[in-house]
Design a protein. Structure first.
Length: 125
């Protein structure tokens, strides 16, 4: 069954889908172009969340018109995405911070100095 949407529904739906595409593309370009992991993780998280939100609002508009009632199942998807995407980004950043700290400590141990040794006088005489 093919349903033709009227212009007052089709135009906002099309605009939301185009906006979603641009936002997601911007997040992807940020992932590719930003210099380090911590700045790279920020762009896709925002692009992912806002891009999917626009797609889901467009889906709500389309489904509500076709079903002739308010369809809000997509709000659950948005809710779970808004919760899981930032939490995942935070966990990835914490893991990266710990990995970076461990690598710096290992480098200091290999060089023969420990954290805080530079403040103490040399007692090897």
């Amino acid at each position: 069954m093919t349903v033709t949407l009227p212009f007052w529904i089709a135009i906002p739906v099309a605009a939301l889908l185009v906006i979603s595409g641009f936002i997601t593309l911007t997040g992807t370009l940020g992932l590719l172009r930003l210099p380090n992991f911590f700045s790279r993780i920020h762009a896709p998280t925002l692009g992912n969340t806002l891009g999917v939100f626009c797609v889901l609002v467009a889906s709500i508009l389309t489904a509500s018109y076709i079903e002739e009632r308010v369809v809000v199942h997509q709000i659950l998807i948005t809710f779970f995405l808004v919760i899981t995407s930032p939490v995942t980004a935070m966990l990835l950043m914490r893991a990266a911070i710990k990995r970076q700290a461990r690598a710096e400590l290992k480098k200091q141990v290999e060089e023969g100095r420990l954290v805080g040794e530079s403040d103490q006088p040399d007692s090897q005489n």
